[in-house]
Design a protein around this ligand. Structure first.
Ligand SMILES: Cc1cc2nc3c(=O)[nH]c(=O)nc-3n(C[C@H](O)[C@H](O)[C@H](O)COP(=O)(O)OP(=O)(O)OC[C@H]3O[C@@H](n4cnc5c(N)ncnc54)[C@H](O)[C@@H]3O)c2cc1C
Length: 813
């Protein structure tokens, strides 16, 4: 009987916690179970009186909101205010920027998979499709990356003109201003396609559409500024750049020393109120050729001429580069890429007040404006360019691994190479899935700041893995630069994507979980807001009380769910689909565990979590991987569940789930409180860690898929530029792949006949001589010999690398 009672109490706790029962449900359970327990355990009447007293007090204190707030929530609020980390103005503005989207579901511990599955499919409009097939195709064909990066160190004048004329600089500008008015999805598709051709081309076309004058004007510009600049930017009549970074403010961009002082000055022959500016910026893309400089600076108004504060904060202005005192023109040389990038300086440059983006009303709002734009834009540019270049790397690596033979076998058949190919395929699948899902979210009006940091970081990091693997698969062919090398420059330029729009180490260690924990958590932001609300003490206490008790219920629920789900590795969790049901279940399991872990980390580490970057980074990895898995599953559904893609999906999911498990393990191993770590481990891994990385067999399937033409390979690399000019190395490789597969049976016949014929004799012949011998001996027909000769020529073309006379290697030759 006692045991049964204990089980009933345990079951009640689990059920109430699991379903996030209200305080009243808990109190009711206590009121019912305590007397029954008293009888079952034969507790003395005196003891029962004491227990009843405690229960009654608890019911009154917790059940009467006024008392609960005064006696419980108020002391907690006081402590909370003390341990709340100091948040700088710039951090606060970054936190306030953007929206919470699927990251909120992942933080909830119980993602709504119906919501995910019912997100719209990524579909381009007819006009957007046509632009990709015509204008983008034409531009790609126009650009020879070797000519760009080695010979000219710039795009050709024809390519520049084409970019301007066809509106590439105005992809995000609405049609009413003469722009293309593209969706985020189309914008992303254009960037990805360009990136499969040339990094220089991509950056040049991409930057005016990412964080810069056009986007800032669209969101914050005055009507007069929009009318003046947007049509010119759309047609490339103005070349924009945006200058935030300087020598002493890189990642900590809020610390820019560049300044503007409000004062009177002369402008166009008249005395006007304006700003005297001084700046020193570097790394600014398009600055050397810009006609319109977007500038971030700190504005001061010592004489209060603008009528506000003396210390106004970060402000943004648009300055024509022919304004006296603006210096541009010198170039940096970023890893042999030839996009225009350089420093800019200004000394005592006077501009009128209406150069401020949004006019005087926007004084001091610069940082918030930048963060808001970044929260969407960061989800497009770098993820798309990384994915585009990886599509090219994947397609060529698969083909090359099939065409190139060593030890009488295609190199892709060796297990070591297979491993690299599997990583290329699996990573690319998930990168593209994340790119697409994020673009769809942006088109739905989201500005998903945490999600955009996730895709920026993970697409560029996975891009780095793919670039490395592709280089390894190609061996010397990837290393020797020249017109026939389609990989080397992309490999060289990988660190650019890693560094810009939030350098990756910082993004992983500070931003993803740091912002996510506050923004996407269902209660933390509410608690923080209530704690900061000092203007109305009663309201603050009421809001804090509501959030705090909901938070307790949330944490208890996640603890119980994490434990129960862990016992069955997610089995039994209700999910919407039977296809890949186990993946959805495991993700729900880890989402609950993540929510628990996040709460525990915030509780134990408090404000110091900000400095514990390694813990924060691993928690960010878990959140990110949950997002990437969601995107992979969504992609598989959107693609119509093609069975041929299953190896890619399985590889992506198994790799990510394994990494999620290891990230938890990393947090737990390094968690500062050992007791808390042990308890958490019991809740998260009650039966230990059971996930393994993708098997060798699965890796083999992915590699095989990359090495042969087929729907899965086409889908994986869809949207990349595929040249058809046989002088182009990528085009030749594609043809060589088909030829290799077609000729393989013939090759085998020739080899077998030779073996039988020679029977122990050693006769060294090159490939062409063998073909001739086989034809002469009647082993193959003349037309088959022609096929084999062509195949030999194709393979040779693909394998050969460029060589140069010494003087030809001089830059500019
Ligand atoms: C090719 C190129 C183009 C660019 N284009 C533009 C442009 O058009 N406009 C513009 O304004 N800027 C531009 N940038 C600047 C770019 O945004 C910065 O380079 C970037 O913000 C990093 O600054 P930094 O290079 O000074 O590195 P640093 O800030 O010195 O960082 C160095 C390393 O320290 C890490 N780090 C720094 N702080 C932390 C922290 N708290 N925690 C963990 N790690 C940290 C970073 O992640 C990085 O790995 C460009 C840069 C390049 C290279």
């Amino acid at each position: 009987m006692e045991l049964l009672m204990a089980l009933v109490v345990l079951a009640a706790i689990l059920v109430l916690a699991f379903f996030r029962a209200s305080i009243w449900s808990w109190l009711l359970a206590v009121v019912v179970l305590v007397p029954v327990a008293g009888i079952v355990y034969r507790i003395s009447a005196d003891a029962m009186q004491v227990i009843f007293g405690i229960v009654a007090a608890a019911v009154v204190v917790l059940g009467v909101p006024y008392l609960r707030r005064r006696l419980v929530s108020y002391p907690v609020l006081i402590i909370f205010r003390k341990i709340l980390p100091q948040v700088s103005q710039t951090e606060q503005e970054a936190l306030d920027a953007g929206t919470v989207w699927w990251d909120g579901e992942l933080f909830s511990g119980n993602p709504d998979w119906y919501k995910l599955i019912h997100l719209p499919k990524p579909v381009l409009s007819e006009g957007e499709e046509s632009f990709l097939e015509r204008e983008v195709e034409e531009l790609c064909a126009m650009v020879d990356d070797w000519d760009v990066t080695h010979v000219r160190q710039d795009l050709s004048p024809e390519a520049w003109q084409f970019i301007k004329d066809k509106g590439f600089f105005g992809m995000i500008i609405p049609k009413e201003y003469g722009g293309l008015g593209f969706s985020a999805l189309a914008h992303s598709a254009v960037v990805a396609k360009l990136a499969s051709r040339s990094a220089t081309l991509t950056v040049t076309a991409m930057v005016p559409n990412s964080l810069g004058p056009a986007e800032l004007l669209l969101h914050y510009g005055t009507q007069q500024q929009k009318d003046q600049y947007l049509p010119r930017l759309a047609k490339g009549l103005d070349i924009p750049c945006f200058a935030l970074t300087g020598p002493f403010a890189g990642s900590d961009a809020g610390a820019i020393p560049d300044s503007g002082i409000v004062c009177h000055g002369e402008f166009n022959g008249q005395k006007v109120l304006g700003i005297r500016l001084n700046w020193e910026k570097r790394y600014i893309t398009l600055a050397p050729v810009a006609t319109l400089l977007g500038l971030a600076f700190k504005l001061y108004d010592p004489d209060r001429l603008a009528g506000g504060e003396t210390n106004c904060g970060i402000t943004l202005a648009l300055i024509p580069t022919d304004t006296p005192g603006v210096k541009i023109g010198r170039r940096h040389f970023p890893l042999n890429s030839a996009f225009q990038n350089g420093p800019t300086q200004g000394k005592d440059v006077f501009i009128p007040m209406d150069y401020i983006i949004g006019g005087a009303a926007r004084i001091g709002q610069g940082w918030r404006m930048l963060m808001e734009c970044l929260s969407a834009g960061r989800g497009i540019s770098l993820p798309s360019s990384a994915t585009g270049s990886c599509k090219m790397a994947a397609r060529t690596s698969g083909a090359y691994a099939r065409v190139r033979k060593q030890f009488k076998l295609p190199i892709g058949k060796f297990e070591g190479v297979e491993e690299a190919l599997a990583r290329i395929g699996g990573n690319l699948y998930v990168m593209d899935a994340a790119r697409l899902m994020t673009a769809v979210a942006i088109d739905l009006g989201e500005k998903p700041s945490v999600v955009s940091a996730i895709v920026k970081y993970h697409c560029t990091e996975r891009g780095r893995i793919v670039a490395n693997d592709a280089m390894d698969v190609h061996g010397g062919k990837g290393i020797c630069l020249g017109p026939n090398n389609y990989l080397g420059r992309g490999y060289q330029q990988v660190p650019i994507g890693i560094t810009v729009e939030g350098a990756n180490i910082l993004t992983r260690s500070m931003i993803i979980f740091g912002q996510g924990a506050i923004r996407a958590h269902p209660y933390v932001l509410k608690e923080i807001r209530a704690a900061h609300d000092t203007s109305n003490g009663w309201r603050a206490l009421r809001d804090f009380d509501a959030a705090f008790f909901a938070h307790i219920g949330f944490t208890m629920s996640n603890a119980v769910r994490s434990l129960l789900f862990g016992l069955g590795n997610g089995r039994g969790i209700a999910v919407p689909l039977v296809v890949n049901e186990r993946y959805y279940q495991k993700l729900t399991r880890y989402s609950a565990a993540f929510a628990l872990m996040a709460d525990a980390a915030m509780l134990v580490l408090g404000g110091s979590l900000k400095r514990r970057e390694k813990i924060s980074a691993r928690l960010g990895d878990i959140l990110s991987l949950l997002y990437l898995c969601s995107a992979a599953l969504k992609r598989f559904e959107d693609d119509g569940r093609p069975p041929e893609d299953l190896p890619l999906l399985h590889w992506a999911m198994q790799d990510a789930l394994y990494r999620i498990q290891m990230a938890f393990d990393g947090v737990l191993r390094n968690f500062p409180s050992r007791i808390a770590a042990r308890i958490l481990r019991t809740f998260i891994f009650p039966l230990g860690m059971c996930l393994a990385p993708p098997s060798d067999k699965l890796g083999h399937e992915v590699a095989t898929l990359l090495m042969q033409p087929g729907e899965a390979r086409d889908r994986l690399t869809s949207g990349m530029y595929l040249p058809d000019d046989m002088d182009d190395a990528v085009a030749a490789l594609e043809v060589a792949l088909h030829s290799t597969l077609e000729c393989e049976p013939l090759q085998a016949r020739v080899e077998e006949a030779r073996k039988a014929h020679l029977a122990g004799k050693v006769m060294a012949l090159d490939d062409l001589e063998r073909i001739a011998e086989a034809r002469n001996n009647g082993v193959i027909r003349p037309e088959e010999a022609i096929l084999l000769e062509r195949d030999y020529e194709l393979r040779r073309k693909v394998i050969m690398v460029d060589d140069f006379a010494p003087e030809e290697l001089r830059a500019g030759h």
